[in-house]
Ligand binder design. Structure first.
Ligand code: IPM
Ligand code: MN
Length: 364
């Protein structure tokens, strides 16, 4: 097998709730890769989210920022929890995440929605709908739109109101559509643009710009978001590359995640102009099961696999992690969310994946 000889600096942000538990298993997988290759990883752990509010009074403190700036890639668990619901909105854990995405410039969020053979029976969708499996990618714009537009609550003597602005600039739309085009080129040259162009000006702009930047040999389907949310459960196999705004992508990716049987399974990569990316599962911090060693680490382990592929150009090693996860699941080894009667713990699952990585190398 071809050896990769890099040395990479990974800033690790465990975050809150189940964050530390799931991140530990992804680190194990990366360690197993480094033990079997010439590539070395330096892990630099920093406080982030609620944990950073507790230790330093803000969710994205200065030294975490510096560590993210100097990193080759960022591995993130999850953030937030009831504990910080009462804090000032400007320093909520979520604000730290949004600030980091903006600061690192990761405008493109890739969320692959993929069923595994061994868990597809857990999908709430009928077998006839799943067919041979679902495999599409949601390309979510991540640093613009309503998340970052002007927002305000006005409490005046005669009225109380609030607003959040959905703003998209041409360059923001162009670059995300270009990324979607690259992704589509690796699949079937088809892009579904999800919007609400029957109501929103910003959506109309997306459509206009799509006609300018997406080459003619790419087939573009336009779909309203309300219809898309229905089609995702009615006939998910019709999608390969879906591109959409920040908020629509947030909502649709949670919806799509349940197709795979558990929201715990899905990874994501947030990418910008250079190779630095933020890699995190799409699920939240699940404070209700934190500290019990029962969370599903698959989404985070697969996020580490995405890191190898997109930030370090280690496609082979990335596939090894994916195959290891798949092999372990195929043996019926699952966490409680997937197999409530007969399950392994978070750390046992991670150990199995790591062991499997060693044996894949041994047999290659
Ligand atoms: C996600 C999360 C975040 C988002 C929250 C925590 C701000 O739901 O990554 O999908 O809405 O982007
Ligand atoms: Mn979300």
């Amino acid at each position: 097998m071809q050896k990769n000889t890099g040395r990479y600096n990974i800033t690790v942000l465990e975050g809150d709730g189940i964050g530390p538990e799931i991140v530990a298993e992804a680190v194990k997988a990366l360690y197993a890769i480094s033990e079997n290759s010439e590539t070395k990883f330096d892990f630099n752990f920093k406080d982030f989210g609620g944990a950073a509010i507790d230790s330093q009074g803000e969710p994205y403190p200065e030294d975490t920022k510096r560590a993210c700036e100097s990193a080759d890639a960022i591995l993130l668990g999850a953030i937030g929890g009831d504990k910080w619901d009462g804090v000032d909105p400007s320093i909520r854990p979520e604000k730290g995440l949004l600030n980091m995405r903006k600061h690192i410039g990761t405008y493109c969020n890739l969320r692959p929605i993929k069923t595994f053979k061994s868990t597809s029976s857990l999908s709430p969708l009928k077998e006839s709908i799943i067919g041979d499996g679902i495999d599409f990618t949601i390309v979510r714009e991540l640093t613009g739109g309503i998340y970052f537009g002007e927002k305000k609550t006005i409490d005046s003597p005669d009225s109380l109101y609030a607003y959040d602005m959905e703003i998209y600039h041409k360059h923001e739309i162009s670059r995300i559509l270009k990324t979607a085009t690259e992704i589509a080129r690796k699949r079937d040259n088809t892009i579904t643009i999800v919007d609400k162009a029957n109501v929103l000006e910003s959506s109309k702009l997306w459509r206009k710009i799509s006609k300018e930047v997406i080459p003619e040999d790419i087939t573009v389907d336009y779909m309203y978001v309300d219809n898309a949310s229905m089609q995702i459960i009615r006939k998910p196999s019709q999608f390969t590359t879906m591109v959409t705004s920040n908020m629509f992508g947030d909502i649709l990716s949670d919806e799509a995640s349940v197709i795979t049987g558990s929201i715990g399974m899905l990874p994501s990569a947030s990418l910008g102009e250079n190779s630095k990316g933020i890699y995190e599962p799409i699920h939240g911090s699940a404070p209700d099961i934190a500290g019990q060693n029962i969370a599903n680490p698959v989404g985070t382990i697969l996020s580490a696999a995405m890191m190898l592929k997109y930030s370090f150009n280690m496609d082979k090693e990335s596939t090894i992690i994916e195959t290891a996860v798949e092999n372990v699941l195929d043996r019926g080894i699952m966490t409680i969310d997937l197999s409530p009667e007969n399950y392994v713990s978070t750390s046992e699952f991670g150990d199995m994946v790591s062991k499997e990585i060693y044996s894949i190398y041994k047999n290659s």
